[in-house]
Design a binder for this molecule. Sequence first.
Ligand code: SF4
Length: 251
Amino acid sequence: MAKAKKSKLDGQKNSKSAAKRRAKKNSGKRPSAGGGTLDPTNPKRVAAILAKLDEAYPNATCELKHENPFQLVISTILSAQCTDVRVNLVTEKLYKKYPNARAFAYANPAELEQEIRPTGFFRNKTKSVIGASKAIVEKFGGEVPRTMEEMLSLPGVARKTANVVLGTAYGIPSGVVVDTHVLRLTRRLELTKHTEPKKVEQDLMNILPQNKWIQFSHQLIWHGRRVCIARKPRCIDCNIESLCHSKDKTI
Ligand code: SF4
């Protein structure tokens, strides 16, 4: 009798944990109009989004002007909380005065602060620019390194800058660049539920093919600047509209 009661209880426990596992697995899914479930990260939907981005932005690339990987490191550091247009205006003069890593490494900090002031947060950025340049000269012989680990050892360089430089300058898909546009658009497109860039990047690395990691960010940044703008997305001009279920949609 006691045995039968125990096995009944065990059975109830097992079915409860299976239900919990199912609920967890389906947490990204929700009912679809057709009565089934819609999984926003379903590989078919992701592939359809990638195809639409290729169609709309076949030549998307980084909009920070640079002539070599080192300049891209500096421009990316300067681009934090600043537009690429403004960074390009500042660096046009800057790269003439400081032609290489050595010139930046031994720059006069007070002068450099004033030169990069229009990009904002100029004191911290000056420290990062000089620190990263010194490390590139002293630890890497003046060459920007080619691995994530080495990139992250440079002062002022975090995953976003490292991914921008490794992807754009060297064509190495080390991860997915998650900037403010990628953060906003991947949530609108329900490709992630996270808000923390590291977790968003991890989600994207899990659902995107690695050979799309570099281009996907460029395309999403272009889409975020031209069509899916923050305050009033131009959904009428959006070629992903049929795949988007965002509550921010304007049509
Ligand atoms: S439909 Fe609108 S909200 Fe959705 S991706 Fe396009 S522009 Fe953005």
